[in-house]
Design a protein around this ligand. Structure first.
Ligand SMILES: Nc1ncnc2c1ncn2[C@@H]1O[C@H](COP(=O)(O)OP(=O)(O)OP(=O)(O)O)[C@@H](O)[C@H]1O
Length: 259
């Protein structure tokens, strides 16, 4: 479980996150929504160690993890997905999975230098694991494709696949649906649900598409102006007056909330 206590993140005098307290229960797929500029990504970045907080605390399973750098959180099983780095686009999909830090045994180069047989065995294991991940995500046929040639949605699946190469416990997904076609979006939703049900992953998902949020997330947390405005089931949230009010005038509400 992740507990965020009275978190603030200011940029100069601007309060991007302004005293947010949230709880992400183990085993949940928690949605994080809110109008543009509500502070969702900033909150994510503070939890995932990408940005230090101005004040407040982040606790994971009882342990204070406030301000820990991403690689330490990574070893604790807390991962935030990022768009594929540019340099990985010229590698194949399978190679991208095999390169995930921590997926290897972590031996020093010096030791492995004398154990080439072992490296080969480790590479076979990694390759098998990568292929299992691709199978799970229904993109085995893309194994030898260059990552740079994937569509937006396929890249999202690959990002998800990278979290499966290590023992992720909780995964933060930012704007999964941006630029992804409907069919692929539902493939991604299915993969998230199966990872949650079959492998015990906890997810926290930022997304503007309310169909996607409604299909996937319970509970849904709504942020506005750096604060938590409401928390509840997707159905309740869509009926909540304060939430509707917060979306009014942003142009988002009409498209995404009024369905
Ligand atoms: N590095 C930064 N420096 C200054 N202001 C920032 C910085 N990062 C974010 N902000 C501001 O903080 C506010 C919250 O941004 P944030 O990206 O967290 O919102 P969001 O809810 O994720 O919005 P969106 O849905 O548009 O991505 C915005 O007004 C943004 O301009």
């Amino acid at each position: 479980m992740i507990e965020v206590h009275d978190l603030h993140r200011h940029f100069g005098g601007f309060r991007a996150v302004d005293g947010a307290s949230v709880r992400i229960e183990t085993g949940s797929i928690t949605g994080l929504i809110g109008p543009n500029g509500a502070g969702k990504s900033t909150l994510f970045n503070v939890i995932a160690g990408v940005l230090p907080p101005t004040s407040g605390r982040v606790v994971m399973d009882g342990e204070d993890i406030t301000g820990l750098p991403p690689h330490e959180l990574f070893h604790k099983g807390l991962l935030r997905t990022f768009q594929l780095a540019h340099e990985f686009s010229s590698m194949t999909v399978r190679e991208n999975l095999m390169m995930v830090p921590g997926a290897q045994s972590g031996e020093t180069i010096w030791k492995t230098w004398f154990q080439r047989g072992r490296i080969a065995a480790e590479e076979r294991t990694l390759r098998r694991k990568a292929d299992e991940v691709l199978e799970f995500l229904t993109i085995r046929h893309l194994a030898d494709e260059l990552a740079g040639n994937l569509s937006g949605g396929q890249k999202k699946l690959l990002e998800l696949g990278r979290t499966m190469m290590v023992d992720a416990k909780i995964v933060f997904l930012d704007e999964v649906g941006a630029g992804v076609n409907r069919t692929l979006l539902m493939t991604i939703a299915d993969a998230i649900i199966r990872l949650n049900k079959e492998r015990g992953y906890t997810f926290c998902v930022i997304e503007h598409d309310m169909d996607f949020i409604g299909k996937l997330c319970d509970p849904v947390i709504v942020m506005a102006e750096g604060k938590v405005l409401a928390k509840g089931s997707a159905q309740d949230i869509m009926k909540n007056e304060a939430v509707i009010e917060a979306y009014l005038g942003t142009g988002l509400k009409n498209k995404d909330m009024a369905q």
